[in-house]
Structures are given as structure tokens and as C-alpha cells.
Design a protein around this ligand. Structure first.
Ligand SMILES: [Zn+2]
Length: 264
């Protein structure tokens, strides 16, 4: 969750590392800003004529001073751009979390204008982390193995979002409405690759596609939950119409002309 979006996370800040980065920023101030009283004081009493990188951390110093001096390794290891271009703390923070491998489906997450809850469910779905029956059964948790949408096949991510007849019908309806290429995927990998290839780029159609993709994933998951836990259901036509209304309402100004040209 705390990774960058490009690495498959949600870009939440790791507070411990951010705190280390903030202390390293104070160390940078110590090395570069000589006009502040507290900096003059530390230089006069502790650093004296030594280099900041080499000086021994004085045992009699306060814990704050020790912490600041101890964080110099972060500052010394970092490549620092001009402070005007990027927050110094963020630069140190990115250095601390390091480079993580990028996920292919990051394009579906970046700049997605779908509702945050839809983006979150899509994020879980792309990693196959939703609590589908096959996963629950693997953990010995009691669950009905059959898909509640079609009442035919075992429930899994691949079935619920790709091969289930309800999912296929919903995808076909919303993709036809949004003028997108129909999904012909029969496996999970083909489905994800289709999503990635349709969402790549800055074209208006790609921007709209990722919104539709997230909302459709969310609609399937919530419909599955309603059928399973509340014994209520909506017809797939109604699901598609609701999805079209949500997308039309949420679409950013630049895509309004495009979405208004679609006929349901
Ligand atoms: Zn099914």
C-alpha cells in the first residue's frame, strides 16, 4: 500500500521513513544554511572545524542534535536536485524507499477519474486480492464455491470478471456504449493485458476506458456481494445503465463532448 502507484501501491506515505527524511532535511540545513541561530550554535559547540560528514557525534549533545547528525548518511547518499524543483524531504524519502519494480497495469491506476472506491476495488482485483470463494476455500473458510452471478461455475477472479456470462454481458454492453473494443479475453492474463493495452496513452478514449474499466469491475463486485449477502439483484441492463450515468456525471470537462456523443 505504501509503495508508489507505479510499483503497484497506493502512494501512501510510510511515516517512519518520512520522519527519517524530515530529520535528514534538518541535517541538510545544518550543512547549507549558516545564518540560523540553532545552526550557528551546533557548529560553534559541536562541529567546530570538522567536516559534517566526518565529525564524531558528541555524547553530551541533546538527543535531537544526535538524531540530526546521525541522519547525515541519508543526506550524503542522496542525489539532490535543486530544492526549487522538488521538496527536499520528498527527495530523501524516495531515496529511502528505493526503486521498486514497476507493475504493468499502472496505466489503469494513474489519473483514473472513476470513484475512489471503484479505483480501490479495481486495484485489489488487478492483484487478485478480492475475497472470492476460491481464495476463502483455500484458507479453509466456509464459503459457497459456486458463482452467485450465474449459479454455474466455481467463483474465482478469472470467472467473476472474465468468463462469467453476467460479466461478459456487462462488459459487452458498457464497451459498446463507450465505443471501445470488445473484450475477447478468455483467461485472466489476456483480460489484464487487454485492460493495459486499452488504457495506455493520453488519448481521450484511453482516459475514458480506464474509468469505465474501474467502474465495471466495481459494479460486478458489488453486485456479487449484494446477491450473496443481501439476496437482492439488479438486471445486467440496469447495471450497465447505472454505470453509464456514473461515468457521465464524473467525467472531467475535457471528455464531456466525447461521452455525450455515446448512445445507450
Ligand atoms: Zn458466474
Amino acid at each position: 500500500m505504501c509503495c508508489l502507484i507505479s510499483a503497484g501501491g497506493l502512494n501512501l506515505i510510510q511515516l517512519q521513513k518520512w520522519n527519517q527524511a524530515a530529520v535528514a532535511k534538518l541535517c541538510w540545513d545544518l550543512a547549507h544554511k549558516e545564518d540560523k541561530l540553532w545552526i550557528k550554535w551546533i557548529h560553534t559547540y559541536y562541529i567546530k572545524d570538522q567536516q559534517l560528514g566526518d565529525c564524531v557525534i558528541p555524547q553530551q549533545a541533546s538527543w535531537m542534535t544526535k538524531k540530526i547528525l546521525a541522519s547525515r548518511y541519508i543526506m550524503l547518499q542522496s542525489y539532490l536536485p535543486s530544492p526549487q524543483h522538488q521538496s527536499m524531504i520528498r527527495t530523501f524519502y524516495l531515496q529511502l524507499i528505493g526503486d521498486l519494480p514497476r507493475v504493468q497495469w499502472k496505466c489503469l491506476k494513474f489519473g483514473n477519474k472513476a470513484r475512489p472506491k471503484a479505483c480501490f476495488v479495481m486495484w485489489l482485483c488487478l492483484q487478485q486480492r478480492l475475497l472470492t470463494a476460491d481464495r476463502l476455500l483455500k484458507w479453509d473458510i466456509e464459503a459457497s464455491p459456486t458463482c452467485v452471478m450465474c449459479q454455474q461455475d466455481p467463483e474465482s477472479h478469472e470467472h467473476l470478471f472474465v468468463t462469467c456470462t453476467v460479466a461478459k454481458t456487462l462488459w459487452a454492453k458498457v464497451l459498446r456504449w463507450s465505443n471501445n473494443q470488445l473484450c475477447i479475453a478468455t483467461t485472466w492474463n489476456e483480460f489484464v493485458q487487454w485492460g493495459i493495452s486499452s488504457a495506455k496513452g493520453k488519448a481521450q478514449q484511453a482516459q475514458l476506458f480506464k474509468m469505465v474499466f474501474a467502474e465495471c469491475t466495481y459494479a460486478l463486485w458489488t453486485e456479487r456481494n449484494q446477491r450473496l449477502f443481501e439476496s437482492t439483484s439488479r438486471h445486467v441492463d440496469q447495471l450497465a445503465k447505472d454505470l453509464a450515468v456514473i461515468c457521465t456525471v464524473r467525467v472531467p470537462p475535457g471528455l464531456q463532448t466525447l461521452i455525450h456523443s455515446f448512445q445507450f
